[in-house]
Design a protein. Structure first.
Length: 452
């Protein structure tokens, strides 16, 4: 194994050094998971549920420690990090209710009785991104474990610390050895081995569309199951009849939360032309008022970008021809800072309008009417999330049905609830996570006919 340094993006200081697994270590972990599967799948559903509840309770007891780790490792604000650790706890509690609810069917047939079972797949490989290391990990491993699978999880190279801690908490809670393993390492080594190793029966990946396509193509060789949650270029549609003050006050937090490093970020604000100028007037003080600074400070609302390389990538979207309407603030000194930035695109082909920036940059543009808003919102290869602001319930329903995205909110910017399914249309992904059917995504349906 090689060593990998973990940096604090707010200070640029090394906060930890972790072992990065090579292919041999990855194969060994998968082999252990395969052996553990034989017994884990036989654990009674009620006992599996009790272990997952104990895991949730262990996360709850360690919540502040997990949050502080994420502040130091990922630069998340303390408030966000506490919510994220709490989300892991909640997903585990919710998942604990699933083993006893994996109900099959009795189907009326001639000549006998026909019944179905939901059988676990085996070893599941979960590949987690750096932008939300804790919750996205739990969305994969919680339902997978509930369904009777074993899990090998690869955290992002930049942000492994909370995943490593979750692996420790699982053991402390009493999960059997090797049922849930965390293996830090490079995507090209560990993640790729999930794709090629025949014992891994499903790969769960959250990350870029480009890498997701490679994983999907690789898994095709073994007809391996995949769940993919990929990029986004979500629209925040503001109609003239909306509560403009509220829409403008909340819009910055829909795109600048986590410094814009969010696939669900509403990075295109579409505003009806009749109120376009007024909306910009209201938006400017809201953007300038976003508190950017030390993520460990309870008052901070936006922290740094994850790395210097990513900061340079985000800055590359602001070309000499880009019209910047206004910006927020950013601290001086060390740290990978970038100010909240509002741009006015001049052409529908502008990169800032068509590509996922994955940073605190939002494009604002006008639309004429309902049909025009839908056309612009759908003019993208992505379809993950979005918001619709209107006081007209009929319009809210019409536009919600017409926008090609998996998760929409009306007069709100909420994208994720662990009770409800989450996933994308088009190149934003494949499959659904969370919700009442989450565990079924980690099973095969078996049909059994018993003759009279």
């Amino acid at each position: 194994m090689t060593k990998s340094q973990v940096l604090n993006p707010a200070t640029e200081q090394v906060v930890a050094t972790v072992d990065a697994a090579d292919e041999a270590a990855t194969d060994a972990a998968i082999a252990r998971a395969q052996r553990a599967f034989a017994t884990w799948r036989e654990v009674a559903p009620g006992d599996r549920a009790r272990l997952l509840r104990r895991f949730a309770e262990a996360v709850e007891a360690d919540l502040e420690h997990l949050a502080q780790l994420e502040v130091a490792n990922a630069g998340h604000t303390l408030g966000n990090a506490r919510w994220e650790a709490g989300n892991v706890r909640d997903v585990l509690h919710y998942s604990a209710g699933l083993p006893e609810r994996l109900l099959g069917s009795q189907i009326p047939v001639a000549g006998g009785v026909d019944i179905t079972f939901h059988e676990p797949l085996g070893v599941v490989g979960v590949i987690v991104p750096w932008n939300f290391p804790m919750p996205i990990a739990a969305w994969g491993f919680g339902p997978a474990l509930a369904a009777g699978n074993t899990v090998v999880l690869k955290p992002a190279e930049l942000t492994p610390l909370t995943a490593i801690r979750l692996g420790e908490l699982a053991l402390e809670a009493g999960l059997p050895d090797d049922v849930f393993q965390v293996i830090p390492g490079k995507g090209s080594v560990v993640g790729q081995r999930f794709v090629t190793h025949p014992a891994v029966r499903k790969v769960v990946f959250t990350g870029s569309t480009e890498v997701g396509k490679q994983i999907m193509a690789g898994c095709a060789d073994q007809v391996k199951r995949v769940t993919l949650e990929l990029g986004g270029k979500s629209a925040n549609i503001v109609f003239a009849d909306a509560d403009l003050e509220r829409a403008a006050a909340t819009a910055p937090y829909a795109v600048f939360d986590n410094a814009g490093q969010d696939c669900c970020a509403r990075s295109r604000i579409l505003v009806q032309r009749d109120v376009f100028d007024r909306f910009l007037e209201l938006l400017e003080p809201a953007v300038r008022g976003v508190r950017v600074g030390d993520p460990a400070d309870e008052a901070t609302e936006m922290g740094p970008l994850i790395s210097a390389a990513h900061r340079d990538r985000v800055a590359g979207y602001l070309e000499p021809s880009t019209t910047v309407a206004f910006t927020g603030t950013r601290p001086d000194g060390p740290g990978f800072w970038f100010p909240p930035t509002v741009v006015l695109p001049t052409a529908p082909t502008d990169r800032v309008l068509t590509e996922e920036v994955f940073g605190p940059v939002v494009a604002v543009l006008p639309f004429e009417d309902e049909a025009d808003a839908i056309r612009i919102a759908n003019d993208t290869e992505f379809g993950l999330s979005g918001s619709i602001w209107t006081s007209n319930v009929g319009r809210a329903l019409r536009v919600s049905r017409a926008v090609e995205a998996g998760n929409l909110s009306v007069n709100s910017h909420s994208s994720v609830r662990y009770w409800t399914p989450f996933g994308g249309f088009k190149q934003s992904g494949l499959g659904r996570e969370l919700g009442p059917d989450a565990a079924r995504a980690f099973t095969e349906t078996k049909n059994v006919f018993i003759a009279h």
